[in-house]
Design a protein around this ligand. Sequence first.
Ligand SMILES: Cc1cc2nc3c(=O)[nH]c(=O)nc-3n(C[C@H](O)[C@H](O)[C@H](O)COP(=O)(O)OP(=O)(O)OC[C@H]3O[C@@H](n4cnc5c(N)ncnc54)[C@H](O)[C@@H]3O)c2cc1C
Length: 562
Amino acid sequence: MRGVEVVVVGAGLAGLSCAHELATRGHQVEVLEARDVVGGRCSSWSMDGMPVESGYHRMLGAYSALPDLLDRVGVDVDDIVCWEDEVEIRSTDGTSAVLGASPVHKPVRTTMGPVAGTAPVSAPDWVSGTGHALLDASPVRALTSPLRVGLFPVDVLADAADDLVRAWPAPLRQLVLPLVERGLVSQADLASLVPFFTAGLAAFEADPERLDRWSVERMADRFGVSDRALDNILAAITAGLFFVPPHRYSAVNLFGIAHAAAPRMHEQRLGAFLGGMTEVMCQPIADAATANGARIRTGVGVSELLGDPGRVDGVRTVDGEQIAADHVVLATAVGSAQRLLGARFGDQRWARPLLGATITPSVNIQFELSRPSAPVDRTTFGPGSCVGNYAEQSRTTFRHVPGRCQVTLTPPERFLGRDEQWVARRAVAGLRDIGIDIADTVTRYRVLSQPDDFLGLEPGNWVRRPDNRTPVRGLVLAGDYTDQKWLSLMEGAVRSGRKAAAVVCDDPDVDGEPPSRDRGATIPDGHRQAARRGRRTNREEELADLRRMISDLDARIDDLAG
Ligand SMILES: Cc1cc2nc3c(=O)[nH]c(=O)nc-3n(C[C@H](O)[C@H](O)[C@H](O)COP(=O)(O)OP(=O)(O)OC[C@H]3O[C@@H](n4cnc5c(N)ncnc54)[C@H](O)[C@@H]3O)c2cc1C
């Protein structure tokens, strides 16, 4: 049997970042990737003659580990993404809004959200808006409003909230008025979100595991979020980010992302890739790892982890090749990890939480069109329709055709395994529901289904995220589902790869943070502190397992009690 020092299974961002890190440190690494391209869920390739990608992605400006990795392999993020800095929400009731998504980089454009998408705000508009606000900024008017309106307290409160928002200075006002003035939500609806977000962020800070017992919908209900704010804002976010409705979306996932992004909010932006992600991002990382001595083999699937119950010492490939290794880094998506781990460690206590986790799939459809479906390329959410998110891409990622758009479908299970024509018809109808008509312009399309994608987004899975370090000698885990701050995102995958590399090297500073950027800028969570302590003793592991079991039981009792 041939032997190497480290086998990395999977060449997604987690596997690539791990391999690059290890190769840079002088370790002998071999990466085995089942598919013919590197990049995993961040890959692009040609599918029956049509260029496709695994699903359209946005780079967040708040990321640090991914830009750091790209920097180290000689790729400048600004060269591979186009910063769009705004998102659109289009509801099935005909209302819509365009919002800035870059509070500091482009303050005027962000605060002038409603018009930024189609034309820049003119200076006179801005001045007149500010002047208007100053004239209008009558705290007296807001304070006396309850006396001027009827006696019903909800109306009074709504009107007072309305007046208060109108009394804000123009730039601040413009942050929320885009939602309001096009009727997507009222100011009272917006005001109803304030206690929800305040409580959610505080709860995440205090005890994320407890927050994971709540779905976004249940929490919205508890904190008095109006139906319209739930349907048009929160549902847009949950279906837009991870394709599932608020009742299936754990509050911890919503506030976890907000919490992770908060320390770098000043950097927050949204970037669309300028080309296929394998080409512009993942292949350069793979090439740099190779240049440092790593061997990357595509088209080589791993079918089995070799060893005994206490040790992994190699892998067997689908073709029967056996490769011995001191360390195996399992860097697949969660579904494949469950299958490979389940076959060997299904009866081991440490593996049970992960093996019991649910999975959220993803299904998207990519259309080539005879003309663009929208005047600008930008992320759009479609609450109320089957369009989780949609974007025209002919000016950014796919510039070889006059029109190119992509729809991620929600809920994904409804579309998984269905006939492609049926999916295409539903997607075209869903786009029509939110006012985008592509029916007569479609030249070809491809449906991409990924059944194994994400750690289930519903309540109860947060505590199931495993550490990179396992109690099995020689076995290390990496992937966006492992315990790090950016669950199910590119940034999280890269961080997990770094952490896995640190475990292999027995480096005590196992946090996945890039060295020079925001180390120390974030509040360490309990899991990270645990990871920092280095190799845990058996006793600590037993205790951790017991705590997880108690927490699971607690959550179940809570659910049963309603
Ligand atoms: C539709 C969609 C949209 C997304 N949008 C965004 C976004 O806008 N922003 C963002 O930050 N993130 C986004 N993500 C999430 C992001 O893509 C993932 O978090 C990230 O790519 C995960 O990387 P990974 O390395 O953990 O896993 P993966 O990318 O899944 O890599 C795992 C690799 O392992 C390989 N593999 C599996 N089994 C085996 C085996 N047995 N043998 C060998 N190889 C194997 C797979 O082929 C794959 O290449 C999106 C994901 C999807 C699906």
